[in-house]
Write a protein that binds this ligand. Sequence first.
Ligand code: FAD
Length: 592
Amino acid sequence: MSDYQFPYKDAAFVLEELLDFDQLCQAAGLGDVNTELAHAILEEAARMGSEVIAPLNTIGDRQAATLEDDGVHETPGFAEAYRQYAEDGWASLSAPQDWGGQGMPRALAAAVVEIWDSACVAFSLCPLLTSGGVEALAVHGTGELKQRYLPKLVSGEWTATMNLTEPAAGSDLAAVATRAVPEGDHYLISGQKIFITWGDHRMTDNIIHLVLARLPDAPAGVKGISMFLVPKFVPDENGEPGERNDVVCVGLEHKLGIHASPTCTMSFGDNGGAVGYLVGEPHRGLAAMFTMMNDARQGVGLQSLGVSERAYQQAAAYAKERLQGTRSDGSRFPIIEFPDVRRMLMTMKAATETMRALLYTAAAEVDWIHAAETAADKSRHIVRTGIYTPIVKGWISELAQEITSLGIQVHGGMGFVEETGAAQHYRDARIMSIYEGTTGIQAMDLVKRKTLADGGAGLGELLDEIQASVADLEAADGLGAMASRLQTAVEAARTARTWLLENAKSDPHAAGAGSYNFLMLMGYVCGGWLMGRAAVKAARLKASAAGDSAFAEAKLVTARFYFDHLLPRADACLSVLESGSASTMALDVEQF
Ligand SMILES: Cc1cc2nc3c(=O)[nH]c(=O)nc-3n(C[C@H](O)[C@H](O)[C@H](O)COP(=O)(O)OP(=O)(O)OC[C@H]3O[C@@H](n4cnc5c(N)ncnc54)[C@H](O)[C@@H]3O)c2cc1C
């Protein structure tokens, strides 16, 4: 057992009140899935998370995975937990039914994944990559590859990895140098990949690497990259792990956090070439890999929520126990009674609840893509998902840095020593704004691909929708002040969008210098939208006799806190954006 408890009521509130889960399931043709079933699934996942996975978190921090002669040995206890995870069917929860998955909505899967992420993010990273691998293979793989690999990946019997990064190719994948040479019905892959998460382990019989490499005739740059499937063991004619392939882990990184997640240097083709199979079209591998990366980017947003929630729970529990104040009668009181400690705890609580609302909303948007009845509807949901993805990855992972840091601050000196575990959340969260594309890359994605490329049309639609919810706040009793604050925030977002459209062409540095603040601004505004809607729903629940009035009251206060303390940051982001690139770029390189 651990002290982690899934915030069940808040997750259910988002699913039912903000996303209308039952309607979503009906529209997606999942008539047998409903709120009642979702509750049962969440309860079971919460039990598994707190009883089986969460206790591994501290062990994994203290005892990292190791590289031995026969490969990577994971932290003790991880293999047993993983086996139970797969046997209990968690790996296949939202995977396609055609390949043995249960086809549950992504919105529900997001809530379940939050549990694994809060419990132990080093553990949950392994299934995260497998889920992305399933997605990429299901969309881009040939029929034969799907038949051979998908059922075992969907069931969790095998795991998948994502192999993009090389010593000279990080954010800029144009420099990928790994080679793929045709050889009969397959390719021979050679080269080195670095930083490969769960690149090797002994938890499953096989590991399936999805690898970016270049064909001999490949044009230079990102348009010459192809994607290959490289199994650790090449399956035999029965589909079972056969011959050992020419791919090995040759090193493990020593890291600031997520110690139990092996970060591997993978060497392909030291003995002539690793057998690989083309996934998708030649030279179109980056597009195929983006299917996996988009899935993983939403997944990293969920990690950021998971670790923030755990840091919040720990800080709140500590603040209730730690006695530091002395009353006039000489009795002592806990630090939670100090307004400044309240400020920190409320920031943590409001931010994590907002992250949850946005992440589940983004996941539901993917469900709506599948549920769409017309091509126009589908493309609208695809555009919206494209806008949400950098925001949930970039803004939420940045917010997680602040929340986990506050978790340490609430503990005072005890937060800085490792014993309490507050520091682990901070260290574990640090990678989340780096991997799967740094915040800088997410911000440029939001500005260039998701805003400038369509003249701001898709973003404009989102802002119109947010604008429409201002009226609901105005109409609700006592929420008028929130309505005008949200109105100001939407106007800030519209001004920022116009500023980018007007300045990006005339100033080559405008988009790059302002992109971070634009990303953060959009995050705070989306958060305001969802917390505003949550407040309207909570006000109704509070007024109705049937509702959980204590929960509704707390939600209303939390939403107000978000509007008072976090949403105003959007104005500051706009102000920085509008200051342009001049002072950012004025110094010569030598002046640094
Ligand atoms: C623990 C861990 C696990 C990882 N797991 C995997 C994995 O499973 N598979 C995999 O393939 N990779 C993985 N990575 C690699 C990770 O995705 C990269 O580290 C990340 O994408 C950044 O690349 P880089 O480290 O080369 O940094 P660089 O690209 O060198 O970036 C350095 C700095 O420059 C900025 N920058 C670079 N280019 C731009 C630009 N165009 N615009 C604005 N700013 C820019 C960045 O934002 C950053 O601040 C992992 C890394 C770590 C540390």
